[in-house]
Ligand binder design. Structure first.
Ligand SMILES: Nc1ncnc2c1ncn2[C@@H]1O[C@H](COP(=O)(O)OP(=O)(O)OP(=O)(O)O)[C@@H](O)[C@H]1O
Ligand SMILES: [Mg+2]
Length: 395
C-alpha cells in the first residue's frame, strides 16, 4: 500500500506530501488539486507500463558510479491511456522551486521510499528522468550482476482509474478483449466495464466485506445488481455480445408486480444507473493490493445512493484494496464516517484531505477521524454549506 505521495513542482503543487490510507478521500474546491494528486499516480503507472520507468536502469551501483544527466529514454510519459497532461511547460509548477525546471514525484510503501526526478523540458511530452531513488531488494536476493532495484508494488498491482467523465447510456459498448479480459482494465471512462461484466458475469465475488448479503448469488452479475438495487430497486443487468461485431449490449430488467419486465435499453432507464456501473464493477472486483482511483463516484446519484457508494468504496478498502476517492459529496464523506463507526473500517484506514487552492498553490488540511466516525476538524469550506445555508434560512 502507498502510505505517502510527494509532489514537487507538479502542476498546482510546489512541494506537498500527502498521507494515503486504505481509503483516502480528497475533497476541496474546484481546481484545488484533487485530480492532480490522482494524475501523479496515474502518470507513474502510465510511464511504467510504457517501459519508461524501468527500475533495472537504476541499479544502486549505477547510481553510486555517478549517474548524471538523462538516462536512455526513461522518464514521465505525459500523454497516454491514463492521462493526457500535455508538455513539460503544462505540468511544471509555474512558480517552481529551485534553480532548475525539475519535477519530482515520490511514493512510500511501508519501508520502501521511491523518488523520481525528471527535467521539465518545455515542449517535451516524455520528460527525461534525471534521477531515481529506488531501494535495492534486500540482501540475499541479489542477482549475479549486483543488487537489483525494487519495483514499487503499485506499478504492477491490479489497477483501475475512473475519470469524472465516464460512459453514458449508449446503444452499445466496445468489445475490446485485450483491455477488458486480458488486462482486466475498465478504461478511464469505464468504457470496457460492460464487456468486462459480460466476460466475468459468472466469476464469484469472494466472501467478505464486498459480498452483498441480499444478492441472489455470489456471482459478479448478481452482486452488481444487489449493490445497484438501492439506486433502482429490483433492477437486474444483462450484457450480451452482438454477433459479428466488436460491440456488446447492456440491458436492464426490473422486477414488477406482474413479474419481470422486458429488457430495457440504457437510454430508456435512469442516467445514473449506467454512469455508476463502472464504479460498482471497479469496487466489486478490487483485490487485496489493488489500487483504485475514483473521480467523483457520486456523480448523478441521489443522496442515498451516494452514501451507499461510500459504503462500497469502504468495503473495497476493507477487502484489502487501496482506494482513493475524489469527491464533492458530503454524503460520501458521511458514508465513510458511518463505515468507521460501524467497524467496517478502522479509523486509521480512512484518511481525509481537504484541498484549498487559489490557482497558485495548494494548501492541504487533513481532519482525523475517531472510532465514532467523528472528525476532529472542520476547516471553513469543508462540507459546511448545509450549515451555512440553514443559518441564513433560520436567521
Ligand atoms: N503548470 C501549472 N502550474 C501551476 N498550477 C497549475 C499548473 N497546471 C495546472 N495548475 C492548476 O492546478 C489545478 C488543477 O486542478 P485539478 O484538476 O487537480 O482540480 P480538482 O481539485 O480536481 O477540481 P475539480 O473539483 O473541478 O475536479 C488548477 O487550479 C490549475 O490552475
Ligand atoms: Mg477533479
Amino acid at each position: 500500500m502507498i502510505d505517502r505521495l510527494t509532489l514537487e513542482n507538479f502542476k498546482g503543487f510546489r512541494s506537498t506530501e500527502l498521507e494515503l490510507g486504505s481509503l483516502t478521500l480528497l475533497s476541496g474546491l474546484n481546481s484545488s488539486g484533487k485530480s492532480t494528486a490522482l494524475q501523479a499516480l496515474a502518470l507513474l503507472r502510465q510511464s511504467y507500463e510504457a517501459g519508461d520507468l524501468d527500475a533495472a536502469v537504476f541499479l544502486p551501483e549505477a547510481r553510486r558510479s555517478g549517474l548524471s544527466g538523462a538516462v536512455g529514454n526513461q522518464g514521465f510519459l505525459l500523454n497516454g491511456e491514463l492521462v493526457g497532461l500535455g508538455t513539460g511547460k503544462d505540468v511544471l509548477h509555474e512558480d517552481f522551486a529551485g534553480d532548475e525546471a525539475r519535477i519530482g514525484l515520490g511514493v512510500t510503501e511501508g519501508p520502501y521510499r521511491y523518488r523520481w526526478t525528471v527535467a521539465a523540458e518545455a515542449e517535451q511530452n516524455l520528460l527525461p528522468l534525471l534521477d531515481a531513488d529506488l531501494p535495492a531488494i534486500s540482501e540475499g536476493r541479489h542477482r549475479p550482476g549486483g543488487p537489483e532495484a525494487t519495483t514499487p508494488a503499485f506499478l504492477t498491482a491490479p489497477f483501475q482509474y475512473l475519470h469524472a467523465d465516464r460512459i453514458s447510456p449508449a446503444e452499445f459498448y466496445p468489445r475490446d478483449h485485450h483491455a477488458a479480459v486480458g488486462r482486466g482494465f475498465l478504461g478511464v471512462r469505464g468504457e470496457h466495464a460492460v464487456n468486462f461484466l459480460r466476460h466475468h458475469a459468472r466469476s464469484p465475488v469472494p466472501a467478505g466485506p464486498l459480498h452483498h448479503p441480499k444478492a441472489e448469488s455470489d456471482l459478479l452479475v448478481d452482486q452488481v445488481a444487489a449493490w445497484m438495487d438501492v439506486l433502482c430497486p429490483g433492477v437486474d443487468i444483462r450484457t450480451d455480445a452482438i454477433a459479428g461485431t466488436d460491440a456488446v449490449l447492456l440491458s436492464y430488467g426490473f422486477e414488477g408486480p406482474l413479474g419481470p419486465t422486458h429488457r430495457r435499453r440504457p437510454a430508456n432507464v435512469g442516467f445514473g444507473l449506467t454512469y455508476v456501473l463502472p464504479v460498482v464493477v471497479a469496487c466489486l472486483t478490487a483485490q487485496r493490493g489493488s489500487l483504485v482511483l475514483l473521480e467523483n463516484p457520486e456523480a448523478h446519484l441521489h443522496p442515498q445512493g451516494q452514501t451507499r457508494m461510500a459504503t462500497l468504496a469502504a468495503a473495497a478498502a476493507a477487502h484489502g484494496a487501496q482506494v482513493l476517492v475524489e469527491t464533492h459529496s458530503d454524503h460520501v464523506i458521511n458514508g465513510v464516517r458511518l463505515a468507521v463507526k460501524q467497524r467496517r473500517l478502522e479509523p486509521s484506514q480512512a484518511v481525509f484531505h481537504y484541498f484549498r487552492g487559489d490557482g497558485t498553490g495548494v494548501e492541504v488540511v487533513s481532519p482525523r477521524i475517531n472510532a465514532d466516525g467523528m472528525l476532529d476538524r472542520w476547516p471553513p469550506g469543508f462540507f459546511d454549506e448545509l450549515e451555512n445555508t440553514l443559518d441564513q434560512l433560520i436567521g
